[in-house]
Design a protein around this ligand. Structure first.
Ligand SMILES: NC(=O)c1ccc[n+]([C@@H]2O[C@H](COP(=O)([O-])OP(=O)(O)OC[C@H]3O[C@@H](n4cnc5c(N)ncnc54)[C@H](OP(=O)(O)O)[C@@H]3O)[C@@H](O)[C@H]2O)c1
Length: 275
Protein backbone atom coordinates (compact mmCIF):
# COMPACT_ATOMS: atom_id res chain seq x y z
CA UNK A 1 0.00 0.00 0.00
CA UNK A 2 1.35 3.45 -0.96
CA UNK A 3 1.84 5.95 1.87
CA UNK A 4 0.24 8.67 -0.27
CA UNK A 5 -2.92 6.50 -0.58
CA UNK A 6 -3.00 5.97 3.19
CA UNK A 7 -2.66 9.71 3.75
CA UNK A 8 -5.47 10.55 1.33
CA UNK A 9 -8.05 10.79 4.16
CA UNK A 10 -5.69 13.05 6.11
CA UNK A 11 -3.12 12.54 8.86
CA UNK A 12 -3.01 14.57 12.07
CA UNK A 13 0.40 14.56 13.76
CA UNK A 14 0.33 15.44 17.45
CA UNK A 15 3.84 16.56 18.45
CA UNK A 16 6.49 17.28 15.83
CA UNK A 17 9.82 16.97 17.65
CA UNK A 18 12.59 14.52 16.72
CA UNK A 19 10.42 11.48 16.06
CA UNK A 20 7.46 13.38 14.55
CA UNK A 21 9.76 15.30 12.17
CA UNK A 22 11.55 12.12 11.06
CA UNK A 23 8.21 10.51 10.20
CA UNK A 24 6.83 13.60 8.47
CA UNK A 25 10.02 13.92 6.38
CA UNK A 26 9.67 10.25 5.34
CA UNK A 27 6.02 10.70 4.29
CA UNK A 28 6.70 13.87 2.29
CA UNK A 29 9.65 12.11 0.56
CA UNK A 30 7.24 9.32 -0.38
CA UNK A 31 4.84 11.67 -2.11
CA UNK A 32 2.35 12.53 0.65
CA UNK A 33 0.77 15.90 -0.11
CA UNK A 34 1.54 18.53 2.56
CA UNK A 35 -2.12 19.54 2.30
CA UNK A 36 -3.11 16.12 3.70
CA UNK A 37 -1.18 16.67 6.96
CA UNK A 38 -2.30 18.63 10.05
CA UNK A 39 0.44 19.15 12.64
CA UNK A 40 -0.29 20.21 16.22
CA UNK A 41 2.81 21.44 18.04
CA UNK A 42 3.22 24.46 20.35
CA UNK A 43 6.64 25.47 18.90
CA UNK A 44 6.81 24.58 15.19
CA UNK A 45 10.41 24.36 13.97
CA UNK A 46 11.83 26.32 11.02
CA UNK A 47 11.94 23.09 9.03
CA UNK A 48 8.28 22.32 9.79
CA UNK A 49 7.17 25.81 8.75
CA UNK A 50 8.62 25.43 5.25
CA UNK A 51 7.03 22.02 4.56
CA UNK A 52 3.63 23.50 3.63
CA UNK A 53 1.61 21.26 6.01
CA UNK A 54 -1.26 22.75 8.07
CA UNK A 55 0.22 23.93 11.39
CA UNK A 56 -1.96 24.36 14.47
CA UNK A 57 -5.00 24.82 12.19
CA UNK A 58 -8.39 23.45 13.27
CA UNK A 59 -8.78 19.81 12.24
CA UNK A 60 -11.47 18.94 9.71
CA UNK A 61 -14.76 18.21 11.51
CA UNK A 62 -15.34 14.78 13.04
CA UNK A 63 -17.41 12.47 10.81
CA UNK A 64 -16.68 11.79 7.15
CA UNK A 65 -14.13 14.63 6.94
CA UNK A 66 -12.18 13.53 10.04
CA UNK A 67 -8.52 12.61 9.50
CA UNK A 68 -8.09 8.92 8.72
CA UNK A 69 -5.11 8.70 11.05
CA UNK A 70 -3.87 10.50 14.15
CA UNK A 71 -0.22 9.91 14.99
CA UNK A 72 0.77 10.72 18.56
CA UNK A 73 4.43 11.69 18.99
CA UNK A 74 4.45 13.80 22.17
CA UNK A 75 6.41 12.87 25.29
CA UNK A 76 4.41 10.59 27.60
CA UNK A 77 4.30 13.30 30.30
CA UNK A 78 2.58 15.69 27.84
CA UNK A 79 -0.10 13.15 26.97
CA UNK A 80 -2.64 14.32 29.58
CA UNK A 81 -2.50 17.84 28.14
CA UNK A 82 -2.20 16.93 24.46
CA UNK A 83 -4.69 14.12 23.96
CA UNK A 84 -7.97 15.82 25.02
CA UNK A 85 -7.59 17.97 21.86
CA UNK A 86 -8.33 14.84 19.84
CA UNK A 87 -10.86 13.12 22.04
CA UNK A 88 -13.74 13.86 19.66
CA UNK A 89 -12.10 11.54 17.10
CA UNK A 90 -12.19 8.55 19.47
CA UNK A 91 -14.63 5.64 19.08
CA UNK A 92 -14.88 6.40 15.37
CA UNK A 93 -13.16 5.49 12.12
CA UNK A 94 -9.95 7.41 12.89
CA UNK A 95 -6.98 5.13 13.53
CA UNK A 96 -4.74 6.32 16.39
CA UNK A 97 -1.05 5.38 16.20
CA UNK A 98 1.19 6.19 19.17
CA UNK A 99 4.97 6.08 19.35
CA UNK A 100 5.07 7.28 22.98
CA UNK A 101 7.20 5.05 25.18
CA UNK A 102 5.48 3.58 28.22
CA UNK A 103 1.91 4.67 27.41
CA UNK A 104 -0.27 1.55 27.29
CA UNK A 105 -3.12 0.77 24.92
CA UNK A 106 -5.41 0.68 28.00
CA UNK A 107 -4.50 4.32 28.77
CA UNK A 108 -5.49 5.39 25.26
CA UNK A 109 -8.69 3.34 25.43
CA UNK A 110 -9.65 5.00 28.71
CA UNK A 111 -9.05 8.48 27.22
CA UNK A 112 -10.47 7.91 23.73
CA UNK A 113 -12.98 5.08 24.15
CA UNK A 114 -12.51 1.31 23.91
CA UNK A 115 -13.83 1.14 20.36
CA UNK A 116 -11.08 3.41 19.05
CA UNK A 117 -8.72 1.58 16.68
CA UNK A 118 -5.26 2.00 18.24
CA UNK A 119 -1.80 0.83 17.17
CA UNK A 120 1.00 1.21 19.70
CA UNK A 121 4.49 1.47 18.23
CA UNK A 122 8.04 1.61 19.58
CA UNK A 123 10.53 3.19 17.15
CA UNK A 124 14.18 4.11 17.81
CA UNK A 125 16.42 7.09 17.01
CA UNK A 126 18.13 5.81 13.83
CA UNK A 127 14.69 6.81 12.44
CA UNK A 128 16.33 10.22 11.99
CA UNK A 129 18.39 8.73 9.13
CA UNK A 130 15.68 6.34 7.89
CA UNK A 131 17.38 3.36 9.60
CA UNK A 132 15.06 2.88 12.59
CA UNK A 133 13.23 -0.26 13.60
CA UNK A 134 9.69 0.00 14.93
CA UNK A 135 7.71 -2.74 16.71
CA UNK A 136 3.92 -2.48 16.46
CA UNK A 137 0.83 -4.02 18.07
CA UNK A 138 -2.86 -3.18 17.54
CA UNK A 139 -5.74 -3.23 20.04
CA UNK A 140 -8.88 -5.38 19.66
CA UNK A 141 -10.61 -2.59 17.68
CA UNK A 142 -7.76 -2.25 15.17
CA UNK A 143 -8.52 -4.26 12.00
CA UNK A 144 -5.90 -6.11 9.95
CA UNK A 145 -6.13 -3.22 7.48
CA UNK A 146 -5.48 -0.67 10.26
CA UNK A 147 -2.30 -2.53 11.26
CA UNK A 148 -1.18 -2.68 7.61
CA UNK A 149 -1.70 1.09 7.27
CA UNK A 150 0.24 1.79 10.49
CA UNK A 151 3.02 -0.52 9.33
CA UNK A 152 3.30 1.24 5.95
CA UNK A 153 3.39 4.71 7.57
CA UNK A 154 6.11 3.67 10.01
CA UNK A 155 8.22 2.13 7.22
CA UNK A 156 8.95 5.75 6.29
CA UNK A 157 11.54 5.68 9.12
CA UNK A 158 12.98 2.19 8.60
CA UNK A 159 12.05 -1.45 9.24
CA UNK A 160 8.95 -2.61 11.10
CA UNK A 161 8.15 -5.77 13.08
CA UNK A 162 4.80 -7.00 14.43
CA UNK A 163 4.42 -8.15 18.04
CA UNK A 164 2.12 -10.90 19.31
CA UNK A 165 1.23 -9.16 22.55
CA UNK A 166 1.59 -5.73 24.13
CA UNK A 167 3.54 -7.33 26.99
CA UNK A 168 6.47 -7.78 24.57
CA UNK A 169 6.76 -3.98 24.31
CA UNK A 170 8.83 -3.72 27.52
CA UNK A 171 11.48 -6.12 26.21
CA UNK A 172 11.46 -4.38 22.81
CA UNK A 173 12.04 -1.09 24.62
CA UNK A 174 15.01 -2.67 26.41
CA UNK A 175 16.54 -4.04 23.19
CA UNK A 176 15.84 -1.70 20.24
CA UNK A 177 14.10 1.33 21.82
CA UNK A 178 16.91 2.16 24.24
CA UNK A 179 19.51 0.12 22.31
CA UNK A 180 20.99 2.92 20.18
CA UNK A 181 22.24 4.55 23.41
CA UNK A 182 24.09 1.33 24.34
CA UNK A 183 25.78 1.37 20.94
CA UNK A 184 26.68 5.07 21.28
CA UNK A 185 28.29 4.22 24.60
CA UNK A 186 30.14 1.32 22.97
CA UNK A 187 31.54 3.82 20.45
CA UNK A 188 32.59 6.21 23.24
CA UNK A 189 34.28 3.51 25.28
CA UNK A 190 35.94 1.87 22.27
CA UNK A 191 37.41 5.26 21.31
CA UNK A 192 38.53 5.93 24.90
CA UNK A 193 40.24 2.52 24.99
CA UNK A 194 42.03 3.39 21.74
CA UNK A 195 43.22 6.63 23.31
CA UNK A 196 44.45 4.69 26.35
CA UNK A 197 46.53 2.60 23.91
CA UNK A 198 48.16 5.79 22.59
CA UNK A 199 45.98 6.93 19.65
CA UNK A 200 45.02 10.61 19.17
CA UNK A 201 41.40 11.22 20.29
CA UNK A 202 40.04 12.18 16.87
CA UNK A 203 41.59 9.19 15.14
CA UNK A 204 40.36 6.80 17.86
CA UNK A 205 36.82 8.18 17.51
CA UNK A 206 36.87 7.85 13.71
CA UNK A 207 38.05 4.25 14.00
CA UNK A 208 35.39 3.42 16.63
CA UNK A 209 32.48 4.99 14.71
CA UNK A 210 33.40 3.38 11.40
CA UNK A 211 33.98 0.00 13.05
CA UNK A 212 30.55 -0.05 14.72
CA UNK A 213 28.76 1.28 11.63
CA UNK A 214 30.61 -1.08 9.28
CA UNK A 215 30.16 -4.15 11.48
CA UNK A 216 26.44 -3.32 11.87
CA UNK A 217 26.01 -3.00 8.11
CA UNK A 218 27.90 -6.26 7.55
CA UNK A 219 25.82 -8.09 10.18
CA UNK A 220 22.63 -6.98 8.41
CA UNK A 221 23.83 -7.72 4.87
CA UNK A 222 25.68 -11.02 5.41
CA UNK A 223 24.07 -14.45 5.19
CA UNK A 224 26.14 -15.65 8.16
CA UNK A 225 24.87 -15.14 11.70
CA UNK A 226 26.70 -12.59 13.89
CA UNK A 227 28.24 -15.55 15.75
CA UNK A 228 29.62 -16.98 12.46
CA UNK A 229 30.94 -13.56 11.43
CA UNK A 230 32.69 -13.30 14.80
CA UNK A 231 34.22 -16.77 14.48
CA UNK A 232 35.39 -15.95 10.92
CA UNK A 233 37.53 -13.06 12.19
CA UNK A 234 38.92 -14.87 15.24
CA UNK A 235 42.15 -16.73 14.49
CA UNK A 236 43.36 -19.10 17.20
CA UNK A 237 45.63 -17.27 19.64
CA UNK A 238 45.29 -14.06 17.62
CA UNK A 239 44.48 -10.50 18.68
CA UNK A 240 40.69 -10.82 18.39
CA UNK A 241 40.67 -13.94 20.51
CA UNK A 242 42.62 -12.13 23.23
CA UNK A 243 39.94 -9.41 23.36
CA UNK A 244 36.99 -11.79 23.11
CA UNK A 245 38.23 -13.77 26.11
CA UNK A 246 37.64 -10.58 28.11
CA UNK A 247 34.34 -9.59 26.44
CA UNK A 248 32.76 -13.07 26.40
CA UNK A 249 33.54 -13.84 30.02
CA UNK A 250 30.38 -15.40 31.48
CA UNK A 251 30.90 -13.67 34.84
CA UNK A 252 32.25 -10.22 33.90
CA UNK A 253 31.87 -9.82 30.13
CA UNK A 254 29.12 -8.67 27.76
CA UNK A 255 26.68 -11.55 28.45
CA UNK A 256 25.89 -10.71 32.11
CA UNK A 257 26.36 -6.97 31.56
CA UNK A 258 23.89 -6.69 28.66
CA UNK A 259 21.51 -9.08 30.38
CA UNK A 260 21.43 -6.68 33.36
CA UNK A 261 21.23 -3.54 31.21
CA UNK A 262 18.33 -4.80 29.07
CA UNK A 263 16.49 -6.09 32.17
CA UNK A 264 16.91 -2.67 33.84
CA UNK A 265 15.43 -0.88 30.79
CA UNK A 266 12.56 -3.40 30.47
CA UNK A 267 11.74 -3.10 34.17
CA UNK A 268 11.73 0.68 33.95
CA UNK A 269 9.41 0.46 30.95
CA UNK A 270 7.04 -1.73 33.01
CA UNK A 271 7.12 0.80 35.87
CA UNK A 272 6.39 3.71 33.50
CA UNK A 273 3.47 1.84 31.90
CA UNK A 274 1.95 1.34 35.35
CA UNK A 275 2.08 5.15 35.79
N1 LIG B 1 13.39 9.76 20.29
C1 LIG B 1 13.37 8.42 20.39
O1 LIG B 1 14.33 7.70 20.24
C2 LIG B 1 12.12 7.70 20.69
C3 LIG B 1 12.11 6.30 20.63
C4 LIG B 1 10.93 5.64 20.91
C5 LIG B 1 9.80 6.37 21.23
N2 LIG B 1 9.85 7.73 21.27
C6 LIG B 1 8.64 8.46 21.65
O2 LIG B 1 8.35 9.45 20.72
C7 LIG B 1 7.68 10.51 21.40
C8 LIG B 1 8.31 11.81 20.98
O3 LIG B 1 9.70 11.80 21.32
P1 LIG B 1 10.72 12.85 20.70
O4 LIG B 1 12.08 12.37 20.99
O5 LIG B 1 10.30 13.15 19.29
O6 LIG B 1 10.38 14.11 21.65
P2 LIG B 1 10.47 15.65 21.32
O7 LIG B 1 11.56 15.91 20.34
O8 LIG B 1 10.45 16.37 22.63
O9 LIG B 1 9.08 15.93 20.57
C9 LIG B 1 7.84 16.11 21.21
C10 LIG B 1 7.13 17.29 20.52
O10 LIG B 1 5.80 17.43 21.05
C11 LIG B 1 5.56 18.81 21.30
N3 LIG B 1 4.49 19.02 22.29
C12 LIG B 1 4.57 19.26 23.63
N4 LIG B 1 3.36 19.43 24.17
C13 LIG B 1 2.45 19.29 23.16
C14 LIG B 1 1.03 19.40 23.10
N5 LIG B 1 0.30 19.65 24.19
N6 LIG B 1 0.43 19.20 21.90
C15 LIG B 1 1.18 18.95 20.80
N7 LIG B 1 2.53 18.87 20.81
C16 LIG B 1 3.16 19.02 21.97
C17 LIG B 1 6.91 19.29 21.78
O11 LIG B 1 7.00 20.69 21.74
P3 LIG B 1 8.03 21.42 22.78
O12 LIG B 1 9.41 20.98 22.38
O13 LIG B 1 7.79 22.87 22.56
O14 LIG B 1 7.63 20.95 24.16
C18 LIG B 1 7.84 18.62 20.78
O15 LIG B 1 7.94 19.32 19.56
C19 LIG B 1 7.83 10.26 22.90
O16 LIG B 1 6.59 9.84 23.41
C20 LIG B 1 8.84 9.15 22.98
O17 LIG B 1 8.54 8.26 24.04
C21 LIG B 1 10.99 8.42 21.01
Amino acid sequence: MQVSEIAARGIALLGCGKMGSAMLAGWLDRGVSPQAVWVIDPNPSEWLRQTGVHINAPLPEAGEQAPGIVLIAVKPQMMGEALPQLQQLGNGKTLFISVAAGTSIATYESLLGAETPIVRAMPNTPAAVGRGITAIIGNASASADDVIRADALLQAIGQTVRLQSEAQMDAVTGVSGSGPAYVFHLIETLAAAGEAEGLPAELAMQLAKATVAGAGALAEAAEETPAELRINVTSPNGTTQAALEVLMDEDNGFPPLLRRAVAAASNRSKELSRG
